[in-house]
Design a protein around this ligand. Structure first.
Ligand SMILES: O=C(NC1CCCCC1)[C@H](C1CCCCC1)n1c(-c2ccc(-c3ccccc3)s2)nc2ccccc21
Length: 233
């Protein structure tokens, strides 16, 4: 049994990230809205674009609080945000979906999402991902650090200083691994399973543009920010 200890610096790094993560929650709770009624595909599309726009703003604020991020090359900062925004959206959606809710609410939420207007063929991979995230029962520290690790992925398109990003991501991975050993002592390989979700997340995110353009409605309107982030229009 390895003796795992989180150093003072690592605790400070974790606290900075968790505080930022909690400070930047999504304003209104989308799950609550969806549980109220089944909206039309048009209303759901609008809801998604509103949620996504505010989530990108939240993501920028969160990212600025990741120690070392603002000292990265400016263009690399943009490349990392652009490259991770969709994954961060799916990761946050998975966390929203996996939240403890009164019995039956999750089923209603799933039903509402299935009928939201998104094309059928993406439902299975998407809900498989949501359920695999839910099964991990991540504590909020793990959720926050996993989001930071997703953002600090060195091999995003157009990142120039690969090494600088790798160094920042590395320090997050070290903390996350220790946290996993401390929080889930019984589950060996919990850390490995957690990182495996990032692979599933990247695969799921490949379909995002098609999910949006084949939303069951005519005339899909995107804001300039979302055109940039979602590679649409
Ligand atoms: O509002 C949402 N997600 C917020 C994003 C920002 C962060 C908070 C969550 C949407 C709604 C789905 C139903 C219709 C309205 C929008 N949502 C999704 C998504 C499925 C597909 C999504 C997507 C993203 C990008 C590109 C292409 C597709 S998001 N999964 C959810 C699981 C639980 C609660 C809401 C959930």
């Amino acid at each position: 049994r390895e003796k795992v200890e989180i150093t003072k610096e690592q605790r400070a790094l974790m606290k900075a990230i968790v505080d930022a993560y909690n400070r930047h929650q999504i304003p209104q709770d989308v799950a609550k809205k969806l549980l109220q009624e089944q909206y039309s595909p048009e209303e759901n599309f609008l809801l998604l674009t509103e949620m996504a726009t505010s989530q990108v703003q939240v993501l920028v604020e969160f990212t600025k609080n990741i120690p070392g991020f603002v000292s990265l090359d400016r263009e690399d900062q943009i490349a990392l945000l652009k490259g991770s925004a969709v994954e961060a959206m799916f990761l946050r959606s998975a966390q929203v979906f996996s939240r403890k809710m009164p019995s039956g609410h999750t089923d209603v939420l799933e039903e509402r999402i299935r009928k939201s207007g998104m094309p059928e063929e993406f439902m299975t991979p998407m809900f498989n991902f949501y359920k695999s995230i839910g099964e991990l029962h991540m504590v909020q520290e793990e959720q926050a650090i996993l989001t930071a690790i997703t953002i600090l992925t060195p091999d995003r398109p157009y990142v120039k200083d690969h090494q600088a990003v790798e160094r920042l991501q590395e320090s997050m991975l070290v903390v996350l691994r220790k946290l996993c050993v401390l929080q889930h002592p019984q589950e060996l390989q919990y850390f490995a399973r957690l990182l495996g979700r990032l692979t599933e997340l990247r695969t799921l995110s490949h379909y995002h543009a098609e999910m949006l353009t084949s939303w069951r409605m005519n005339d899909h309107k995107f804001t300039p920010l979302l055109c940039e982030i979602w590679d649409v229009q």
